[in-house]
Design a protein. Structure first.
Lengths: 178, 613
């Protein structure tokens, strides 16, 4: 059953705010718990209903690099609970949020349908961004990688150790996956 | 809304089918993307404690009192009893402690229901068989442990790394909650139920579930250190196990009984910096005893509100949350909710502003904060200990009992100055010693530490005190991060010691455990049996004289007693004319306690034994 949430555009929206009692997962643990670690870009996003009536979000990820797991690059489907269908919103506290066009490194387990499910809700997605000051490619999730925004001129610089370079993240994944 | 609500679900389904036909096209997908992009612009999250509001100022919440069955199924909110219905998974967490685990769930919901002045009410619809899972569209509020896999919600979500997760659905325009499920992580975490097992390293069910019920009821995380809704909790019997004044205010604001809010007060206003409202500034109300009563964060436009405060005097202040970093922070905007990830943290804490709230009053305090980087921030807590050389580092609040003496407390920061900084604790009844600086408590960590000894008077006022570091005009707060415990635990606010209720009742919040109840029908209610040290579930266990023996030493009176309980022995020689006089105050030494009245003679004398606090 494939229903849609186009009607939601007409509705007054609120932000799905996350709230969950979380324990930080290390990059090593994330890697160990993941069936698949991939780098890619979000190319499509839709809201649907599963056969049991659950509202969920389906994310198409164009995979450019596979850091762990056996699969080829190219389109891959990631799902997560929650979304808006009609006038009713479904929310999962602490949920991951994939933005259209966003580049990510995703730690995924496969569900019974072979779809990717993000490990530990929002913890399993690292947003990849480029520091305009240094040109370095950086990654971050809620517990690793520091702020996305570059330090404003004249403000106190963020400690370098807070930043997580994509190369370092990839290295940690590779080492944990051995 | 009501006009169209007669067949709302049917309409939703129809529209869903209709739009489903469109959805195969890329155009429909494009519409969805636009919706997601617009959503943050409409965010209006903030009140004391933190809730989600729509543009009309309506908060996300249940309708307990007049729920419309066409919107919310009668299996979700029972319109007859006006209670939210719950279904617990019968297999709970373990195979050996199942009943206690289910009772811990009941007690957790019972705690929220115990908040006076609210319409919060829960009822059990029944137990679920094996295989319970999340589905917030199935008209059943389910609470269960995920035990074999962290994949839940029909394989849509992986809850690894979370102690528990609450799933909700609601109507978008009115923010009317329609259903909620709770999955507790039984794969990655271990759970226990015994409140007296203070050394247990696992997670106390009631603490985590009380937190999740806050989300279930519509709350986001709180910026108050000792709040149950702080973004994370510790293992063991943590401060989160009992609801704080912040959750009480939240419950009264969201779910007030008629007329309640007119008896309470509110502080509201706007926080600006360089003339513009700022997002995510933390605003706290502290009472005259130095306890944080409630806290919130500002909305995008700088607006805030601290509603449902008891009438009285408060000091209100604004302090910055920490910037997003994985290095060392105590509380970031992201810890409140992802909507606050970009919370403004680059300003100097305000001074305290005094307000007095009359019943029903709303006082406005607008404040302009000064842009700048604080000279130092408190980024970790050193919990109270007796060992001055034992360094522990945590993001959780500490707690101290009344009467505790010479404990060491402290706070950490990457940037405390080596000289001139002073650590204090807000409020009355505390003796805080000189501040000791340690520039390298954990070699290589970059932390500095300020410590001090602390003693708490036995008559100090319990509450969530704040740790404060000052150096000249520089100041940093850990708001509500030191809890002064009450004389005894009373998480259901009924005045009776929870330990007594937990000892004799499987659910300490149940009606049978209430102070005025007399479940064994012996004529003594629970409060009286607590005083007497008797068993409230055994009609034979009551305070009564067992024997009076007269010999050459005097008369010896023996009575059924409880260890540690206090009794007043009284006597008089004439049943009508002489007054009762107190012979002695005796502390119970076991199931039977006795007292010898050496002044007794071979004559008539009446005795009375009275249990006293």
């Amino acid at each position: 059953m494939r229903t849609a949430c186009a009607l939601a555009a007409l509705m007054l929206m609120t932000v799905a705010a996350a709230a969950v009692d979380m324990i930080p997962i290390s990059i090593k643990q994330l890697t160990e718990r993941a069936d698949l670690v991939v780098r890619g870009t979000v190319s499509e996003k839709s809201c649907q209903r599963d056969p049991a009536g659950r509202v969920y979000t389906r994310v198409k990820l164009d995979v450019t690099e596979v850091l762990k797991g056996a699969r080829a690059t190219g389109p891959f489907t990631v799902v997560h609970g929650g979304g808006v269908l009609g006038v009713q919103r479904s929310e999962v506290s602490g949920q991951v949020d994939y933005q259209l066009g966003e580049e990510v490194i995703a730690f995924l387990v496969l569900n019974q349908r072979g779809e990717g499910v993000t490990v530990g809700l929002s913890q399993g997605k690292f947003h990849v961004w480029t520091d305009p000051a240094s040109g370095a490619q950086l990654a971050r999730n809620p517990f690793h990688g520091g702020a996305v925004t570059a330090a404003a001129p004249g403000s106190a610089a963020q400690p370098a150790a807070a930043r997580l370079r994509v190369d370092d993240l990839k290295r940690q994944v590779t080492e944990a996956g051995r | 809304m009501n006009r169209f609500s007669f067949n709302f679900r049917r309409a939703v389904n129809f529209l869903a089918r209709a739009t489903g036909k469109l959805f195969g096209s890329s155009r429909a997908r494009l519409v969805w993307v636009v919706v997601l992009a617009l959503a943050p612009l409409c965010a209006r999250d903030a009140r004391a404690f933190v809730v989600t509001l729509n543009d009309s100022g309506q908060p996300l919440r249940w309708n307990f009192t007049s729920s419309d069955p066409s919107l919310v199924d009668t299996n979700i909110v029972n319109p007859k009893t006006k209670a939210v219905r719950l279904y617990f998974a019968a297999d709970a967490y373990s195979t050996t402690n199942t009943a206690a685990e289910l009772n811990a769930l009941r007690a957790s919901f019972g705690q929220w229901q115990s908040i006076s002045g609210t319409v919060i009410k829960f009822e059990e619809g029944g137990l679920m068989g094996p295989g319970a899972d999340v589905n917030v569209m199935d008209n059943t509020n389910v609470i269960f442990w995920a035990k074999t896999s962290t994949l839940v919600n029909g394989g849509l979500d992986n809850i690894s790394g979370a102690l528990a997760v609450t799933f909700k659905s609601w109507y978008d325009g009115t923010l009317l909650l329609a259903e909620a499920d709770m999955a507790i992580n039984g794969v990655d975490s271990q759970w226990f139920t015994d409140f007296n097992d203070t050394a247990n390293p696992n997670y106390f069910i009631e603490a985590t579930v009380c937190h999740e019920i806050g989300h279930f009821l519509g709350l986001l995380h709180s910026p108050v250190g000792g709040a149950t809704m702080l973004y994370h909790g510790g293992s063991g019997i943590s401060v989160q196990a009992g609801l704080s004044s912040d959750e009480i205010a939240a419950a009264r604001y969201l779910y007030p009984q008629p007329g309640l809010l007119s008896t309470l007060g509110q502080v509201q206003g706007k926080v600006t910096m360089n003339g513009a409202g700022i997002l995510g500034a933390a605003v706290y109300a502290e009472d005259p005893t130095g306890a944080i009563v409630s806290g919130t964060v500002t909305q995008t436009n700088g607006q805030y509100a601290l509603p449902a405060l008891p009438p009285g005097s408060y000091r209100v202040r604004v302090t910055p949350l920490d910037p997003f970093s994985n290095i060392s922070t105590l509380l970031q905007g992201l810890n409140i909710s992802p909507d606050y990830e970009t919370a403004e943290g680059g300003f100097i804490p305000s001074t305290n502003h005094s307000v007095t709230l009359a019943p029903g009053a709303s006082v406005t305090w607008n404040v302009a904060v000064t842009k700048g980087t604080p000279a130092f921030r408190i980024t970790r807590i050193r919990p109270p200990s007796t060992d001055p050389n034992h360094f522990v580092l945590t993001q959780l609040p500490g707690d101290i009992a009344l009467g505790a003496a010479n404990l060491i407390i402290g706070v950490y920061s990457p940037s405390f100055p080596a000289t001139g900084a002073t650590l204090t604790v807000s409020g009355d009844g505390l003796t805080v010693g000189p501040t000791v600086f340690n520039g390298n408590p954990f070699p290589g960590s970059g932390y500095t530490l300020l410590s001090a000894s602390i003693s708490v008077a036995s008559n100090a006022t319990p509450g969530l005190r704040s740790l404060v570091v000052t150096q000249g005009t520089n100041i940093a707060y850990a708001n509500g991060f030191l809890k002064i415990r009450t004389a005894f635990p009373d998480y259901n606010f009924d005045g009776l010691d929870d330990r007594f209720q937990r000892q004799y009742f499987s659910v300490f919040t149940s009606a049978a455990a209430a102070p005025g109840a007399d479940p064994d029908g012996d004529g003594f209610n629970n409060a009286q049996e607590f005083l007497a040290g008797s068993d409230p579930t055994d009609p034979k266990s009551v305070l009564k004289l067992e024997s009076v023996t007269l010999n050459s030493s005097g008369s010896t009176i023996a009575w059924l007693s409880g260890t540690g309980k206090r009794y007043q022995v009284m006597s008089r020689d004439d049943i009508a004319k002489s007054p009762w006089r107190t012979n002695a105050i005796v502390t119970g030494t076991g199931a039977l306690t006795q007292y010898t009245d050496a002044s007794a003679t071979n004559n008539f004398r009446l005795y009375r034994v009275q249990a006293i606090p």
